[in-house]
Design a protein around this ligand. Sequence first.
Ligand SMILES: O=C(O)CCC(=O)C(=O)O
Ligand SMILES: [Fe+2]
Length: 225
Amino acid sequence: MQLPDIVNFNAHPIDDYVFTEQCKQHLNDSGSLVLKNFLSTAAIQLIVDEALAEQHLAFYTNTQHNVYLKKSDPSYTDNHVRNRLITSSKGCITDDQIPKHSVLKQLYNSALELGWHFDESSFAITLLLQAPEAGGQFEYIEDMRDADAGDMNFSGVTKVLDGHVDIKTLSATAGTLTLFRGRNAMHRVTPVTGNTTRILAVLAYNSAANVALSEAARMTFYGRT
Ligand SMILES: O=C(O)CCC(=O)C(=O)O
Ligand SMILES: [Fe+2]
């Protein structure tokens, strides 16, 4: 399958400068960008089949972590927002478990393009492949910290965890591409209900080369380093 068969170029001409500039503008203004029906129906089917075939390799975790995905810091109390524990539950297949010739890898490498937490990568793109019957909604608050300046925004994060902050939600159906700045936008996914697995590919990118997820975060979500 070639890129024009994978991506719905009619709706989303990602090779068109005017279109990508509009996308950037929207992302800058609102902190996120949602492209519905980004994938062709055929591509979704292929990737879902792959996901189901590799499902037995997934690392399932029901784990606790703080929003910063860092080891707890003994200079703060257990109840301080720096250390407060959030629960995340998901099953994860990592990049090295995805078949080499997967359509997903082709898309990821193309030159064209949970519980509350902050990401370590500068930028995240998610691709919803199969929506659950209910729940599994993505929620976020943009610009909650400035990670590069070392700002943890303890007071703001405390307000979010205590439920005192208005939250933005994004809706998606199978084939929706969502872009968000997960490093500074605090985000989570609400619990899934029903018997349909929520299948989602996380396409993480970084502005610097050779940056890997920290060991603590890898152990938390993949169960190995
Ligand atoms: O499942 C999602 O929609 C978001 C995933 C996410 O936040 C992450 O993998 O860091
Ligand atoms: Fe995330």
